[in-house]
Design a protein around this ligand. Structure first.
Ligand SMILES: C[S@@+](CC[C@H](N)C(=O)[O-])C[C@H]1O[C@@H](n2cnc3c(N)ncnc32)[C@H](O)[C@@H]1O
Length: 227
């Protein structure tokens, strides 16, 4: 019996009693995905924790057979976009960011400051060079002007602010194909994000699914609306 087999169950229960969940990621494809996450995290650009990183990959893989492009709003230094690109099956990935940091936070966004996460567009372009990535610099949703007719299979939101989340949902929800998945970071971790998700999905057929870590996931059920 290995040390992990012997002490794993105790460690899991210790974590549970102390408000944490410990998961085993040491088998097969899971192990490979976690290794990819660890390698990328070591490059110092990715802000997702291990659970978030692995779940992002899992959700993306589940949309392999859904038509449409991939999008990420809140790319910052490019860490999560690079992780997505490793599992994107050659689909186009639209990345959106001001690259000048967060827009002005509103009343719901305590703790954030304008300009936070500022990054150089040229530096991120160099980091993501050779990948099927299209850059959309500027404040969303204005920066999505050229994509009105696009349809999506997978969307990752990591924008921290109440209004940014609402604007992203307003744009992507009608353009997400059935079976497509939207993952949003900072759910139940950041008040503005949690409120925006609750408000937007209050009258939709899709129930947001809380994930382990800091994410929420929505699987699109209703048909794509042609705008
Ligand atoms: C936490 S960072 C993203 C981190 C990145 N996803 C990662 O895991 O490496 C949040 C980003 O959201 C961007 N952002 C927030 N609201 C935005 C908006 N309305 N339009 C464009 N970018 C926005 C900010 O500029 C910032 O770079």
């Amino acid at each position: 019996m290995t040390l992990k087999e012997r002490f794993g169950p105790f460690l899991k229960m210790w974590c549970a009693r102390n408000g944490m969940v410990l998961a085993n990621y040491s088998n097969g494809d899971r192990k490979a995905r976690l290794r990819d996450y660890v390698r990328l995290k070591a490059q110092g650009r990715l802000l997702q924790n291990p659970a978030d990183g692995c779940q992002l990959i899992n959700a993306l893989l589940a949309t392999k057979n859904v038509d449409g492009d991939i999008a990420e709003v809140g790319t910052a230094a490019g860490g999560s976009a690079r992780l997505i690109s490793q599992y994107s099956n050659g689909k186009t990935i639209h990345v959106f960011d001001t690259f000048e940091g967060l827009p002005k936070p509103g009343k719901m966004d305590a703790g954030f400051v304008e300009g936070q996460y500022r990054c150089s567009l040229e530096d991120v372009q160099e980091y993501l060079k050779g990948l099927p990535v299209e850059f959309h610099k500027g404040r969303f949703p204005e920066s999505a002007g050229s994509l009105q007719a696009s349809r999506f299979s997978f969307v990752h939101l990591d924008v921290d602010l109440y209004q940014s989340v609402l604007d992203c949902l307003g744009f992507f929800y009608p353009r997400l194909n059935p079976g497509g998945i939207l993952v949003c970071h900072d759910y139940l971790h950041v008040e503005g994000v949690t409120q925006a998700i609750a408000k937007f999905f209050a009258d939709k057929p899709e129930g947001p699914i809380e994930l382990i870590g800091h994410q929420v996931m929505v699987v699109k059920l209703s048909p794509t609306v042609i705008c």
